[in-house]
Design a binder for this molecule. Structure first.
Ligand code: FA5
Ligand code: MG
Length: 418
């Protein structure tokens, strides 16, 4: 359709990402605020807490997994561009056409062919195709998501993949004669894929869960409280999530599973089997260093950064909040555009808020939704909580930002302020 998208309204015909121009189209929904995060590379910034924890993870894999020659088994890739094709992020991983993660309300699209990766799994296929059997990928990932203390639209993941041939998988089995990694004419069950033998499923699950539980112990100590929860991912079966206990609650820190055989097959390595995981660096760092709010990772404030300045990856640091400044709360109500213009989602509003308010916005939520009985128009009321991480905000300052948000709601989203 010839209708303008919020992306077109922001950038016109071309948007420059990582120094490369791209034609905008109806799917374009990246924002200047998000694009400004590309190249920050917090996971490669010396002494940043995300760098320290990433090194701790790397050291675990370097010291515990060696190949026959005594060299590290896992190779590390930490500088792959976050700009990927939809094929890399979704199709290569068997994500169905109608899966929620493909919705424009959930991912950042540059246009109909390119996007900002929503997970580091986007690189699994290309790295397997290049011949690697064991690798880690570390990088920034981008998602349109809620706004609160543990969610941020840019965060960092570490992907791990390990492949095995028949010999490697059965190496530690006492009598492996007659065992086969594949099984013909089998069926998929909750415990295994159709082409895998039961032994393959059990050995891979054991290897994966021991590797990750030992990583959790390496990070948080021998008596870390952690549990496995069954999960679903389109690219693994069976799949699990690991949760660790943090401040009285279970915090999900990673997803993992046995890689779908179809994916290995299309990567040209169908005679192997393997497991994969993807973990969230911020969540782990928040627990390890007692960092209370995910926005702090983006702070340039010396009060934050200096607490990690002299640390090496093995130092145990406990972050001490500099001080807690007061919040300002403002509500904003508007009539949604009629759905003929474009399908409005709350994430469209959250992006406008982030764009104008940046990290001064601590939380946004929908407090009221209302349909006018006569006109059938829908109105949303959002509550925006503002707080500066390093000083007290005045109500006047907040009002200026709030007014800018109202203006953008009208201009970009076609809303009508009530
Ligand atoms: C994934 O991204 C899968 N690619 C993980 C995977 C890889 C599964 C390989 C199987 C095989 P998920 O969406 O659950 O899964 O994200 C993984 C982790 O990233 C989460 O456990 C969490 O620690 C972190 N995470 C997810 N969303 C956010 C967010 N908005 N802010 C901060 N961390 C997040
Ligand atoms: Mg998850």
């Amino acid at each position: 359709t010839g209708k303008t998208s919020p992306g077109r309204a922001l950038f016109g015909d071309t948007v420059v990402v990582d120094n490369i121009p791209y034609q905008t189209d109806h799917l374009t929904n990246v924002t200047p605020n998000i694009l400004a995060k590309i190249g920050r590379n917090l996971h490669r910034t010396k002494h940043h807490p995300l760098y320290l924890i990433r090194k701790r993870i790397e050291n675990y894999f370097y010291s515990h997994f060696l190949n026959r020659r005594g060299n590290p088994l896992f190779s590390v890739n930490d500088s792959i561009s976050p700009v990927v094709t939809l094929e890399q992020n979704f199709d290569s991983l068997l994500v169905p056409e109608d899966h929620v993660s493909r919705a424009p309300s959930d991912s950042y699209y540059i246009n109909s062919s390119y996007m900002l990766r929503a997970h580091t799994s986007a690189h699994q296929c290309e790295l397997m195709r290049s011949g690697l059997d064991a690798f880690l990928v570390m990088g920034d990932v981008y998602r349109r998501d809620e706004i609160d203390a543990t969610h941020y639209p840019v965060f960092h993941q570490v992907e791990g993949v390990r492949l095995f041939n028949q010999h490697e998988l059965f190496q530690k089995v006492r009598d492996s004669t007659g065992l086969n990694i594949f099984e013909q004419g089998g069926k998929q069950t909750p415990d295994k894929q159709a082409t895998h033998s039961m032994e393959t499923a059990k050995l891979l699950e054991h290897s994966l869960k021991t590797t990750l539980m030992n990583l959790a112990r390496h990070l948080f100590g021998q008596d870390v409280k952690a549990r496995w929860v069954d999960q679903y991912f389109p690219f693994t079966h069976p799949s699990w999530e690991l949760e660790v206990h943090h401040e009285g609650e279970w915090l999900e820190v990673l997803g993992c599973g046995i890689m779908k055989q179809e994916i290995l097959y299309s990567a040209g390595t169908g005679d192997q089997v393997g497991w994969a995981f993807g973990l969230g660096l911020e969540r782990l760092a928040m627990k390890l260093y007692s960092i209370p709010d995910i926005r702090l990772f983006w702070s340039n404030d010396s009060g934050f950064l200096n607490q990690f300045k002299d640390c090496d990856p093995n130092t145990n640091v406990t972050y001490k909040p500099v001080s807690i400044y007061p919040q300002c709360t403002n509500d904003l109500s508007f009539w949604l555009p009629s759905s003929a213009d474009f399908a409005f989602s709350p994430n469209d509003f959250y992006d406008v808020v982030r764009n104008e308010g940046g990290d001064l916005v601590e939380q946004v939520f929908l407090v009221d939704e209302f349909v006018h009985p006569k006109t059938q128009r829908t109105s949303h009321c959002y509550r925006i909580i503002y707080r500066h991480m390093e000083r007290t905000l005045t109500q006047e300052e907040v009002n200026v930002i709030h007014r800018h948000i109202e203006e953008q709601v009208v201009k970009l989203l076609g809303g009508e302020i009530r």
